[in-house]
Design a protein around this ligand. Structure first.
Ligand SMILES: Cc1cc2nc3c(=O)[nH]c(=O)nc-3n(C[C@H](O)[C@H](O)[C@H](O)COP(=O)(O)OP(=O)(O)OC[C@H]3O[C@@H](n4cnc5c(N)ncnc54)[C@H](O)[C@@H]3O)c2cc1C
Length: 463
C-alpha cells in the first residue's frame, strides 16, 4: 500500500474541509484532502445548499413570469416540469465543482478520492471504488465529513415515490401533490420550491409554529406567504406510518388524519457522517445523531484531531462550516483563533428570511428594555419598482442606548439586506446604534432605504 506523509490531512471536501485545507496550504503546509464522492464540493455542492438554491432561483423566475402582468403581452403563464428546472440547476453544480477543483490544484493540495478510515491516531487508509488503497499519515487531522438525511427505519426509502432531501434531486417527474414531512429550514424551502411549480403541498410540522427559533412575527409572515402559495401547513402532527403504493403515498398521522399524495419528501433531521471513519480504532465515539463532540477550539477528545462543519451539529450551515474549517486550521497553525458563534440565519423560502442577533422573545425573557423599528417593503421605492413588495425589516434596539440588538428581515433579498445591519451591529460602542441609519446616506432607490425608514419609525416610538 502506498504511504504518503503530510502536515495535515482533511477528510471531506465540503465548505468546512475546503477552507481548512486551503488555509493550511496558504501557510505553506503539505495538505491532503480526502473525498468519498467522485468530485469535490461536499454535500453542500452536490445535495444541499447549491442545488436547492439553484432550484429556488429557477422557480422564482418562473413565478415572476407567471405573475407579472407585463409578461402577458408575450404569452400565457407556463409551467415547467421539475426535471427541466433541475437540469438548469445542474449547470451551477458543475460550475462550482470546476471552480473548487481549481482551488486545490492552485494551492497544491493533494486530492484523494475514496472513503477515509482511521487506522490509528496518525494514519487514515483511503479506499477507492476500485478496491485500491492508500495510506495517509500526518500529525494533524480535520474531520469535515458533513451529514446526510436521517432516514428512520420504518419509512421505506426504496419506494420510488418516497424521497429524502438527497434523492428528491433524482425526481424524474412533477408530482401534482406532495407531502413534505418536517417543516424545518429544508422542508420549508422545498415547500416554496414545489408550490412555486404549481404542486399542491401538504407541509407537516411536528411543532406548533414554523421555524420556532425565528422572531414570531417573521415566522407568522412565512406561514402566511406559504399558505398564499397554496401550501397546507399542519402543525403538531407526527406520522404513524408512511405507505407507498403504485400511484402514490399514504401518510397516517398519530392524530388519526390520513393524507394521500403523489409523492412524499422526508425532511426531518440529519445524521453526522461518522460511521465509516473507523472511530473505534482511535477511541472516539459519536453521539446518537452521528455527531462528534468538540471543545471551544474544535478539538475532539484527541487534541490533534479536529472536527468542523455539520459533523459537529449546530448550526449545520455552509456559511458557518466554511469559517469553522478556517478556524480549525488556524488553531493548528498557531494563528488567531475565532470560535464561530455569531451567525446570521438565512432561509431561502419564497420570500426569503434572514436574521441576526436577539429575537423579541429572547429580549423580553431577559427583561431588556428594547424597542422595535420597522419598515415594510411596500413603502420602499425599490420594492415598488421590482414588484417584490411582500416583506419587512425589523430592527430591535435598546431604548436607552439605541444599541442594535437584533435584525429580522423577511422578503426579497432578505439574506443580503441583513448584512448591512449585521455590519453595524458588529461595531463597538456608539458606532452600533440606530442613529447610523439616520446619519448615513444610502443609494436610492435601494432596499437599504428600509433601514432608514425603520430607524425613523423606531426613534418616533421613543418618548
Ligand atoms: C437541502 C439543503 C439546503 C441547504 N441550504 C443551505 C443554505 O442555504 N445555506 C447554508 O449555509 N447551508 C445550507 N445547508 C447546509 C449545508 O449544506 C451544510 O451545512 C454544509 O454542507 C456542511 O458542510 P460540511 O463541509 O460540514 O460538510 P458536507 O458539505 O456535508 O461535505 C462533507 C463531505 O465529506 C465527505 N465524506 C463523508 N465521509 C467521508 C469519509 N469517510 N471519507 C471521505 N470523505 C467523506 C462527503 O462525501 C461530503 O462530500 C443546506 C443543506 C441541505 C441538505
Amino acid at each position: 500500500m502506498a504511504v504518503h506523509n503530510y502536515d495535515l490531512v482533511v477528510i471531506g471536501s465540503g465548505p468546512a474541509g475546503e477552507s481548512a485545507a486551503i488555509n493550511a496550504a496558504k501557510h505553506g503546509k503539505r495538505v491532503a484532502i480526502v473525498e468519498r464522492q467522485s468530485s469535490v464540493g461536499g454535500n453542500c455542492t452536490h445535495w444541499g445548499t447549491i442545488p436547492s438554491k439553484a432550484l429556488r432561483h429557477q422557480v422564482k423566475q418562473i413565478m415572476q413570469f407567471n405573475t407579472n402582468r407585463m409578461f402577458r403581452d408575450i404569452g400565457e403563464p407556463r409551467w415547467f416540469s421539475f426535471p427541466k428546472v433541475l437540469e438548469r440547476s445542474r449547470v451551477t453544480i458543475d460550475q462550482q465543482v470546476e471552480l473548487r477543483t481549481k482551488f486545490y490544484s492552485r494551492n497544491r493540495i493533494d486530492l484523494f478520492f475514496g472513503v477515509a478510515r482511521f487506522r490509528d491516531e496518525h494514519t487514515v487508509v483511503v479506499r477507492d471504488n476500485h478496491e485500491g488503497a492508500e495510506e495517509l499519515s500526518a500529525p494533524q487531522f480535520v474531520i469535515a465529513t458533513g451529514s446526510r438525511p436521517y432516514r428512520p427505519a420504518d419509512v421505506n426509502f426504496r419506494h420510488p415515490r418516497i424521497y429524502c432531501s438527497d434523492t428528491i434531486l433524482g425526481l424524474s417527474h412533477t408530482p401534482r401533490t406532495l407531502i413534505i414531512y418536517g417543516a424545518g429550514v429544508i422542508g420549508s424551502e422545498y415547500a416554496s420550491i414545489f408550490s412555486g411549480l404549481g404542486v399542491k403541498v401538504d407541509l407537516i410540522d411536528t411543532r406548533e409554529r414554523l421555524l420556532s427559533f425565528l422572531d414570531d412575527e417573521i415566522s407568522d409572515a412565512l406561514s402566511y406567504e406559504l399558505r398564499n402559495y397554496g401550501v397546507l401547513i399542519r402543525h403538531n402532527e407526527e406520522y404513524q406510518s408512511v405507505e407507498g403504493d403504485e400511484a402514490g403515498v399514504v401518510v397516517n398521522l398519530k392524530s388519526g388524519k390520513r393524507l394521500r399524495a403523489d409523492a412524499f419528501l422526508w425532511a426531518n433531521g440529519r445524521t453526522g457522517n461518522t460511521d465509516e471513519l473507523g472511530l473505534e480504532n482511535i477511541g472516539l465515539e459519536a453521539n446518537g445523531r452521528g455527531q462528534l463532540q468538540v471543545d471551544d477550539h474544535y478539538r475532539t477528545a484527541i487534541p490533534h484531531i479536529s472536527a468542523v462543519g455539520d459533523v459537529i451539529g449546530w448550526p449545520s450551515l455552509a456559511s458557518a462550516a466554511y469559517d469553522q474549517g478556517r478556524s480549525a486550521s488556524d488553531e493548528f497553525l498557531g494563528e488567531d483563533f475565532r470560535f464561530v458563534d455569531d451567525i446570521p440565519t438565512g432561509i431561502y423560502t419564497i420570500p426569503e428570511i434572514s436574521s441576526v442577533g436577539k429575537t423579541e422573545r429572547e429580549l423580553t425573557e431577559a427583561k431588556v428594555p428594547y424597542e422595535v423599528a420597522q419598515a415594510f417593503f411596500k413603502d420602499t421605492a425599490r420594492a415598488q419598482i421590482t414588484g417584490d413588495t411582500a416583506g419587512m425589516l425589523k430592527i430591535l434596539f435598546h431604548r436607552e442606548t439605541l444599541e442594535i440588538l437584533g435584525i429580522h428581515c423577511f422578503g426579497d433579498q432578505a439574506s443580503e439586506i441583513v448584512h448591512i445591519g449585521q455590519a453595524i451591529m458588529q461595531q463597538k460602542g456608539e458606532a452600533n446604534t440606530l442613529r447610523y441609519f439616520i446619519n448615513t446616506t444610502f443609494n436610492y432607490p435601494t432596499m437599504a432605504e428600509a433601514y432608514r425608514i425603520a430607524a425613523q419609525n423606531g426613534l418616533n416610538r421613543l418618548f
